[in-house]
Design a protein around this ligand. Structure first.
Ligand code: FEO
Length: 387
């Protein structure tokens, strides 16, 4: 296997502005040479010419017999037009949904070969085996296994938005790598966790040997394979750590003061719990969502503004609902001056998201004084018994 992808050090946002990618990303494409040659996935469109030019340095394009498209979102299929301009007619192996997506995106009558689980493609001494993985994370997704080298090409599964000059998991800082893998899971894969759990078991129960997992983003797993598989087993099963995240927005600091006092009370009463505070308007939304995914409970704080809660909190909860976070407890708090609806509305929203409400929440009128802050600390202390 030869890596022929593109490292994108510049990328700071993915899916438009939906997902932050602080460490950039890579679009991994792989060339497998045997008697026959297969190219697995391509790269995002803006890099199509660069991709094809560098591919020519590795191989005469006419020697590519097959293109395998595990998933056809534009970050992987974007270079197909440029590539097929050079080698028209090259068969594209993909799922039926993959063909529909490629036709819908590029409106080309390419040479599609539909495959499904159990289908194989012989390259000579090596064989590619296809494994459909629908909704991980698009309906077209499949994995491809390469015999001999025992590689699982998993596309977005096991991926991380992580740019690096080196290819392999053991060559970068482990904490950063696993954070990016978890952020990727929380923000992209988690809505489809039941499918992820089933697919993981199917692969673990299958006779396929896996010595390397080659995702379509980030580092290749060759050293910590067992650990990333174990992490996926945990993440896909109503994941939580012993953490409470207090997420707030604030206009004139009153809700921030409440958040900090609640955190003090909770930490004193439950020192074994990791307590983190995040400002929903200032912290990166996807990092906040990752901490919510990581938590057993979260508190959401907002001042009342225009009979509601803040836009940062509203946006965050809209995203959190879509991510289908499971096994979470939640509560609301916030300061107010007159109408004070935010906490009640937040309770309704948190319940609608499927989180178990810890209590009715806590409100403070105007700026919290010493007594009000003591009430916040006591509220945090009481929370420890409800987690
Ligand atoms: Fe990396 Fe779903 O594309």
């Amino acid at each position: 296997m030869t890596w022929v992808g593109k490292v994108d050090w510049e990328l700071k946002h993915f899916h438009g502005e939906e997902l932050s990618t602080h460490r950039g990303t890579s679009y991994n494409s792989y060339l497998v040479k045997d008697e026959k040659v297969a190219l697995i996935d391509t790269v995002w469109g803006p890099y199509d010419r660069e991709f094809v030019a560098r591919l020519k340095e590795v191989i005469d394009l006419r020697e590519i017999d097959y293109i395998v498209m595990n998933h056809n979102e534009v970050d992987h299929s974007g270079a197909l037009v440029e590539l097929l301009r050079e080698i028209p007619g090259t068969p594209i192996y993909c799922t039926a949904k993959g063909e529909a997506i490629l036709r819908g995106h590029y409106h080309q009558d390419w040479n599609f070969v539909r495959v499904k689980t159990g289908d194989t493609l012989s390259l000579g001494s090596l064989t590619l085996s296809f494994i459909e993985a629908p909704m991980l994370h698009w309906p077209d997704t499949m994995f491809t296994h390469l015999s001999g080298e025992n590689i699982l090409f998993s596309n977005d599964g096991f991926g991380q938005h992580f740019a690096a000059e080196s290819l392999y998991d053991d060559t970068v800082a482990q904490e950063a790598l696993f954070y990016e893998a978890e952020k990727y899971y929380a923000n992209i894969i988690n809505p489809f966790s039941p499918m992820a759990a089933r697919k993981l078991k199917e692969i673990q129960d299958s006779p396929l040997e896996i010595s390397m997992i080659c995702p379509s983003h980030g580092l290749i797993w060759r050293d910590r394979i067992d650990l990333i598989i174990d992490k996926y087993a945990q993440w896909s099963n109503a994941y939580q750590e012993n953490q409470v995240t207090i997420i707030y927005d604030t206009m004139w600091q009153s809700t921030r003061l409440m958040a900090e006092a609640i955190a003090k009370g909770l930490t004193q009463a439950a020192p074994d719990v990791t307590v983190k505070l995040m400002n929903a308007a200032l912290d990166d939304k996807n990092d906040v969502l990752t901490e919510m995914f990581h938590s057993r409970a979260f508190l959401i704080g907002s001042p009342t503004i225009n009979n509601g809660y803040s836009h940062a909190i509203a946006g965050l909860l809209e995203m959190a609902k879509g991510l289908k976070l499971k096994n979470k407890k939640a509560a609301a708090f916030g300061s107010y001056g007159w109408s004070g609806e935010a906490v009640k509305l937040l309770n309704e929203r948190l319940s609608a998201c499927g989180y178990e409400l810890l209590d009715d929440g806590l409100r403070t009128l105007w700026v919290p004084d010493g007594d009000a802050l003591e009430a916040c600390r006591a509220y945090g202390t009481a929370l420890a018994g409800k987690l």
